[in-house]
Ligand binder design. Structure first.
Ligand code: GAR
Length: 238
């Protein structure tokens, strides 16, 4: 039996719920420092609700249409989170901007995943815009949520190459795979207290640096990768 005290995490979704599924899968590990105590959707027909319920996680819809205002809607969500005794809120494809009072109440305890390397490409249609801009590297970001959309302190990012033949769907699929790997790792950092929001920044502690990280770069187009001789780079002193 593990003696780990797990942080209580609630997930907010609006649709498919694949990032939610990645968090649920990670949290199934007895050594993971967080448990998923509930899932809330602002859409009654979100596919993710059924997936969560099938895994035995309490899942409920709190629809915007059933509330007189945005404030009333967010207050109902806040009440549900409080009832779940949530300590951390993870937005996973929650596609509605939250009101400032709600965000301020949960600030430092609420995180989001965005399908782009912030602060580039905030908002919608990130994959189409990355292709239109001719970017050769794209990716995803997990960040603390602040009242401005897609604007909070960055916790973690994963980069993927934009391949020469990519269309929007191919690029989105590659980024989504990276999202599913990144989000559980980022939530782990938050749950373990290894990253905190302080003075408007993400502040890290107790994290070992990866010495291999300094020499590693993602080259795109991929053909350029051959040109990098890592041993020569290690010998290089400017
Ligand atoms: C994900 O790609 C997520 O990063 C994005 O919506 C998708 C939800 O998919 N979120 C945003 O664009 C928020 N700005 P999912 O429901 O399968 O996790």
């Amino acid at each position: 039996m593990s003696t780990l005290t797990k942080k209580r995490v609630a997930i907010l979704i609006s649709g498919r719920g694949s990032n939610m599924s990645a968090l649920l899968a990670a949290a199934a590990d007895p050594d993971y420092p967080a448990e998923i105590v509930g899932v809330v959707s602002d859409k009654a027909d979100a596919a993710g609700l059924g997936i969560a319920a099938a895994r035995g996680v309490p899942a409920q819809a709190i629809a915007r249409a059933d509330h007189a205002s945005k404030d009333a809607h967010d207050a109902a969500i806040d009440a549900a989170l409080t009832k779940l005794d949530a300590e951390i809120v993870a937005l996973a494809g929650y596609m509605r901007l939250l009101t400032a009072p709600f965000v301020e109440k949960w600030q430092g305890r609420m995180i989001n995943i965005h399908p782009a390397l912030l602060p580039s490409l905030k908002g919608l249609d990130t994959h189409r815009r990355a292709l239109e801009a001719g970017m050769r590297v794209h990716g995803c970001t997990v960040h603390f949520v602040t009242p401005e959309m897609d604007d909070g302190p960055i916790i973690a990012q994963a980069a993927v190459p934009v391949m020469l033949g990519d269309d929007e769907d191919a690029l989105a699929a590659r980024v989504l795979k990276a999202e599913h790997r990144l989000y559980p790792k980022a939530l782990r950092l938050v749950a373990e207290g290894k990253v905190r929001m302080q003075g408007g920044r993400a502040v890290f502690s107790g994290l070992a640096e990866d010495p291999a990280g300094e020499a590693s770069s993602l080259f795109s187009p991929g053909a350029l990768r051959d040109a990098v001789d890592l041993e020569a780079l290690a010998r290089f002193t400017p």
